[in-house]
Design a protein around this ligand. Structure first.
Ligand SMILES: [Zn+2]
Length: 535
């Protein structure tokens, strides 16, 4: 039987990201396909169907396209440079009707039918993409839950086994090699599929964590592993299988990786146990993944990693049950007020209020809150937020261009403008230093093609470089002869582009162009000029 899905690209598939791999704060919902480090490769519908959704946003998936297929699945193509000539008119119509580059709509099933293999767009780097690639997903259409495209039959050559990089032992309520704190174990590679650690001497409740990756034959990136399982003397302790993933699950990544270790080292160690009282969805833990080590008994802890093509790697950790003297004692938690998970907390200052709901965190978390002159300091580098906390900052005198700012990693960033009541309110999942700052500098606009008073009949487009130093570009409007026109904005390039082939009728030869740009603090700059063009 012929494959239901064909590849979305014409080149051999090289992955720079796998399904459900651990990202900064989430699991990856699709696969990232390399596009030879360039934009503009043709993208093809993986099966017959119809365009079910089109979304263009500045961040996220950038220009994205969704196709519903006859078998009840949806394919998703993200970060496109542009849509196909057949699809563009539908997008333009919406953009001109809404007077916005950013659109989100659901075409009717009869509107844009596509055939398997038809070109539906071209690969790009739009949205939160840092380098040209195609982000591709397959989802169950009914509930929009993504599944692993490799299991769906998207063919990727893969004969390489997963690799284990680092192994850590966690004395949860016990001692390992005379330490009450996490220790790193030495590992030896015995052959191409077997890794062994030095024996550990332990007693009490302990578990392990591993840093691992998987590579496909044509990939150089360290990708995620499809299946991880662990057992003690043959008795299962842990099983994670990344075949599907609901979007509700994606935010639980911090429950599976050692988040503190990640903050300190940027390395993602997968914990093979659950340290919380709450469940970690898609992972099966047996007795929370903990193992109980007794005096005088020897154990073998086995970990098996398997990729979607079936290549596997094994890790053996020999354990000797023995009570020894403690040399390294458990560290004290960070300073600050301990925020328990089961109740709400309100912190009040003269000019600020901070409110934590119950279950803002997955575990009791100390938060250090203080006021330093006009700066509010909310600190704990290891805090991970399940839910945002609420913040209100009052300021009685009102200066032009004031905005609420958050300082993280030594950089102040825009949070919000003043609300109708004159205060600043925000829901945030980030902490750091918080203050009211002032931005009085309007954005700058540079006319890249010097169109002023020139004949530009041969130009395909008009381009402007736009920049705002402090708070950043918020919105923009472009008018040609007093009619709204579509400027595409690409924030990474700081570039606004208008293309003449858009549905604009130019009846005269002398044209008036107006462009207005606002920054997030409300400052604006207007660029007005005249140019000549005959169609
Ligand atoms: Zn991606």
């Amino acid at each position: 039987m012929a494959q239901y899905y064909q590849p979305p690209v014409d080149i051999p598939i090289q992955l720079s990201g796998t399904f459900a791999e651990l990202r900064g704060t989430h699991f990856h919902a699709g696969i990232d396909i390399r596009t030879q480090s360039k934009e503009g490769l043709p993208l093809r519908a993986v099966a017959d169907g119809y365009v079910s959704r089109i979304k263009i946003q500045q961040g996220g998936y950038g220009k994205a396209l969704y196709i519903n297929h006859t078998n009840g699945t949806t394919s998703v193509y993200a970060h496109l440079q542009r849509y196909s000539d057949k699809i563009v008119p539908f997008v333009r119509k919406k953009q001109y009707a809404n007077k916005s580059y950013h659109v989100h709509f659901y075409p009717e099933p009869t509107e844009i039918a596509v055939k398997k293999g038809e070109i539906i767009g071209f690969s790009g780097n739009t949205g939160s993409s840092y380098g040209p690639h195609l982000h591709f997903e397959l989802r169950n259409s009914a509930n929009q839950i993504p599944f692993n495209p490799i299991l769906g039959g998207i063919d990727v050559k893969d004969t390489r086994r997963p690799i284990i990089r680092e192994v850590f032992a966690y004395p949860i309520n016990g001692v390992i090699n005379q330490s009450e704190e996490k220790i790193q174990l030495n590992i030896t590679q015995k052959n191409d599929s077997l890794f062994v650690t030095n024996p550990v001497v332990a007693h009490g409740k302990i578990s392990f964590g591993i840093q691992h990756f998987d590579r496909q034959d044509n990939s150089y990136n360290k990708n995620g592993t499809f299946e991880i399982s662990a057992n003690l003397n043959g008795k299962q302790r842990f099983l994670a299988r990344f075949d599907t993933l609901s979007f509700d699950d994606t935010k639980h990544m911090h429950k599976l990786v050692d988040y503190k270790h990640y903050v300190d080292t940027k390395k993602k160690v997968m914990r093979l146990f659950n340290p919380f009282e709450v469940a970690v969805p898609f992972v099966e833990f047996f007795e929370n993944g903990l193992i109980d080590i007794h005096e005088g008994i020897r154990y073998t802890y086995n970990v098996t990693l398997r990729d979607a093509a079936g290549n596997s790697t094994h890790l053996i950790i020999p354990i000797i049950g023995k009570k020894e003297e403690v040399w390294v004692q458990k560290k004290q938690p960070n300073k600050g007020k301990m925020i328990q998970t089961d109740r709400d907390y309100l912190f009040e200052f003269d000019a600020a209020e901070i409110y934590f709901n119950a279950n803002t965190f997955s575990e009791s978390t100390p938060i250090d809150i203080s006021m330093d002159k006009d700066t509010l300091c909310i600190e704990n580098p290891y805090a991970y937020f399940n839910k945002p906390y609420k913040l209100t900052v009052k300021k009685t005198d009102t200066l032009k261009g004031e905005y609420l700012a958050l300082k993280q990693a030594n950089r102040w960033g825009f949070v919000t403008k003043r609300n109708a009541k004159g205060n600043f309110t925000a829901k945030l999942k980030n902490i750091g230093r918080i203050a009211v700052l002032q931005d009085t500098i309007a954005p700058t606009i540079i006319d890249q093609k010097n169109i002023s008073n020139r004949w530009i009949s041969l130009e395909k487009d008009i381009r402007f470089s736009v920049k705002d130093l402090e708070t950043g570009i918020d919105r923009y409007e472009g008018y040609l002869n007093d009619n709204w026109i579509l400027f595409e904005y690409e924030h990474k390039k700081g570039e606004l582009t208008f293309r003449f082939k858009d549905p604009i009728k130019l009846s005269q030869v002398k044209h008036k162009l107006k462009l207005i740009i606002w920054d997030k603090a409300g400052n604006n700059t207007t660029f007005e000029t005249t140019f000549y063009r005959k169609e």
